[in-house]
Design a protein around this ligand. Sequence first.
Ligand SMILES: *Cc1c(COP(=O)(O)O)cnc(C)c1O
Length: 394
Amino acid sequence: MIYADNAATTKMSDAAIEIMIKHMKENYGNPSSLYEFGQQAKEILEAARRDVAGIINAKPEEIYFTSGGSEADNQAILSAAELGKKQGKKHIISSAFEHHAVLHTLEKLKKQGFDITLLDVHEDGLIRPEEVAAAIREDTCLVTIMYANNEIGTIQPIKEIGAICREKKVIFHTDAVQAIGHVPVNVQEENIDMLSSSGHKFHGPKGTGFLYVKKGIALANLIEGGSQERGKRAGTENVPGIAAMAEALKEICDNMVENTAHIQAVRDKIISGLAEIPHSVLNGDAVKRLPGNINFCFEGIEGESLLLLLDDKGIQASSGSACTSGSLDPSHVLLAIGRVHDVAHGSLRLSLGEDITETDANYIIKSVKEVVEHLRSFSPVWRDLTTGKAKHLI
Ligand SMILES: *Cc1c(COP(=O)(O)O)cnc(C)c1O
């Protein structure tokens, strides 16, 4: 089996599993308890906070542990909105290809009277900083732009966008769930005010994550209760999970240079191989993309069928189109970069892990070529294209 869906979730690292089990067995105290056993758990929590903070060049007191990326996105955006509302600023800038954790939170704010500007994404899958600058108004309270896109892997000009927001005194949040652990991130150098991250995207446990919030920005609670996380996120802390997340993050960051060199080489080999398929297109910039991301559209086929047939061949991948409530909606990300519905439907995302090999790459290329050819052989859409009844779009 070749697991090529690391953007959906990753396998936990052995070191993270070991730490997690150790703390579950040995350090089950409540960090809020005053006796020694509780304080040991507290120290494990604070050590994890220091590790995580150090990796993104933040201060430990700027890190809030959450249940994952979605919660961090929600809390960041709702907090900035609340701050804005107090100052009569109810305009938020984001982009059309954000994760639903961001887009759905913005829809909720829209219903509450916020004005939301979703910037266009260019065909290369990149946001232009000057378009962010042009969209900022007197009443803008937040710019939220993802660090790297989860479907097409494009890495945004975060430092430039951050500098614009800093200059215009607008809070800048970035959903960095796909970036943390995979590309170097430095919140100070990149002018980031708020950042969301998720443990299970870098070999940590599911249900763990963190939100970085620059000192001085008041966070609003999503969950009321005890005074955990400095009163900003109630609930007894998931100490084993948080420690395992920090361990996984340290491990992946320690090995980032070698990981990147290896994964990127395999990625580019697969991209070259798949580009040989006629009427195919790589989605997203070829250079400014995550080391492990490959995303193609193939004309005349359905992504869902492609996935199922690849699964039969032992390859786990993903397609942008999600089967929601019976209707097959093409990916909002592919539509945002200008792919028309018919083309967007035939998409394939492969997100590679560190253990991917050259042999795997050859097998993936061979299998995708076979499956695309097979599906096209009985596709009415493809027949129309080849007989000239319909025009090729890619
Ligand atoms: C996975 C993902 C999320 C959600 O993270 P969870 O920890 O699963 O809640 C948010 N944003 C992006 C870009 C993601 O890839």
